[in-house]
Design a binder for this molecule. Structure first.
Ligand code: 2HG
Ligand code: ZN
Length: 461
């Protein structure tokens, strides 16, 4: 049955590369969540838009579900294929197609890695400012599918601010050219923005035109040791009012413990419960002096107990490593992940309530907090104790997530700030979106994909 359908696909797209070896099914069928057993029917590796269109037409005719696939660094199961779907990997569509100096745009294929986009922009003296730890492996297509955020949102916003246009292959194999790089376009629904963050449920992005911008002035990085949680937001207030920030990230002593065990260097001799990594413009003597003044103020107020300021790019990179490698250092411990957000003004009250909940509910677990506190976005990773099996561990964590979801609902926050809903968070969507909103979202999805073949089961059933 499957063989005959794949034979049909080979007829529809004779040059299409298709893999069916067990190792390939396993490799391409999973993402960084590692929670589901991969079980796709095959892997298609299109090399052109024509081939993606042929796959979509075939899938519609044969009623085969499709799962789009980039770097598979997702943490919500958005790229998991566990139900006989055809994985459509964009890894062969990974080129830069065009640079436009007047528009300051870079047009790329979806399988290109974020880091390759950074390099391509730098070749033209510009930057693509979205950035985060998985830059070397994640793809732009995946970034668009989740509206990826990262460590520079505080200055530059999320992925959606940087997409000038995109081409989309729809469920029926139609090719849409959305927004076409226009800066001003007041002509009805912005379908481009609807597709960004849709987790591959409205069509497959086959080309994206990215906005670029000027590189920032020279910067410095500071690492602060912070003695108490309420001091975190005070440090943020002081830094934000006096410095031009491009990042403000925090992590706890448990996160530091894991990154140091993973090979990073701890510059402090004393342990502190919280740490902040912040980056700011420091191109002039005045800016550098202001940074020292802010540091002094924070120490005098008792909000900071120790600090290090980078004096070279190598030192800045070493400080960033403490933050950038947290996910990687935790991965072997199979953590349960939360990616939540509230408005910045709600962070202090929310942090108090949430830390009381986590202390009460997770007395026996290693709970690691970190994230983009300057954007109101926290990551809570619960490390799986050795010996506890996956199912029992996840079940215990889900009990707490239910309470966390109720708390987020009360604060008007989000159960997924930047990782997407995927399979992992779909039971909690109602904490963030109203019933009426979800009904409209279902209607939108059904309009784009009446047969329900695009990344089914993700976001909602
Ligand atoms: C980060 O901010 C990523 O480093 C990953 O969003 C977060 O591993 C996580 O929970
Ligand atoms: Zn993050």
């Amino acid at each position: 049955m499957l063989d005959s359908r794949l034979a049909e696909l080979a007829r529809a797209a004779p040059a299409l590369r298709v893999l069916t070896a067990a190792t390939d099914l396993e490799h391409y069928g999973r993402d960084w969540t590692r929670r589901w057993t991969p079980a796709p029917c095959a892997i298609a590796l299109p090399a052109s838009i024509d081939e993606v269109q042929a796959i979509a037409r075939w899938a519609s005719a044969q009623r085969v579900a499709l799962v789009p696939s980039g770097g598979r660094t997702g943490l919500s199961g958005g790229a998991v294929a566990a139900n006989g779907e055809l994985v459509v990997s964009f890894e062969r569509m990974n080129r830069v197609l065009d640079f436009n100096a007047v528009d300051r745009t870079l047009t790329v294929q979806p399988g290109i890695a974020l880091e390759a986009v950074h390099r391509a922009a730098a070749e033209h003296g510009l930057i693509y400012p979205v950035d985060f730890g998985a830059r070397g492996s994640c793809s732009i297509g995946g970034n668009i599918a989740t509206n990826a955020g990262g460590i520079r949102v505080i200055r530059y916003g999320n992925t959606r601010e940087w997409i000038a246009g995109l081409k989309l292959v729809t469920a029926s194999g139609e090719l849409l050219d959305l927004n076409r790089g226009l800066i001003k376009n007041s002509s009805g629904y912005d379908l481009r923005q609807l597709v960004i963050g849709a987790e591959g449920t409205l069509g497959f992005v086959v080309e994206a035109t990215l906005k670029l911008t000027d590189p920032p002035p020279a910067s410095q990085v500071m690492l602060f040791a912070v003695p108490a949680m309420d001091a975190l937001m005070r440090v943020f207030g002081a830094c934000r009012s006096k410095l031009h920030l491009s990042a403000f990230e925090f992590f706890t002593d448990r996160a530091l413990h894991h990154v140091v065990a993973h090979g990073a260097q701890n510059p402090f001799s004393e342990i502190s419960p919280y740490y902040v990594v912040t980056e700011f413009d420091a191109a002039t003597d005045t800016q550098q002096q202001t940074a020292l003044d802010v540091f002094e103020q924070c120490v005098n107020e008792g909000w900071v107990s120790d600090g290090v300021m980078s004096q070279s790019e190598a030192q800045a990179a070493a400080l960033w490593r403490l933050r950038d490698t947290i996910t990687e250092s935790l991965a072997p411990h199979r953590p349960y992940k939360n990616d939540i957000s509230v408005r910045i003004s709600a962070v202090p009250a929310f942090l108090d309530e949430m830390s009381a909940l986590l202390t009460r509910e997770y007395p026996q677990f290693d709970v690691v907090w970190f994230g983009h506190i300057g954007d109101g976005n926290l990551h809570i990773n619960v490390v799986k104790p050795e010996g506890l099996d996956d199912t029992a561990f996840i079940a215990q964590c889900e009990q707490v997530t239910k309470q966390l979801a109720a708390m987020l609902h009360k604060y008007g926050g989000s159960i997924s700030a930047e990782h997407g809903i995927g399979l992992v968070k779909k039971d909690y969507l109602q904490s963030t979106r109203s019933v009426a909103e979800i009904a409209l979202m279902r209607g939108v999805r059904a309009t784009f994909d009446p047969l329900g073949l695009l990344n089914p089961g993700k976001l909602f059933e």
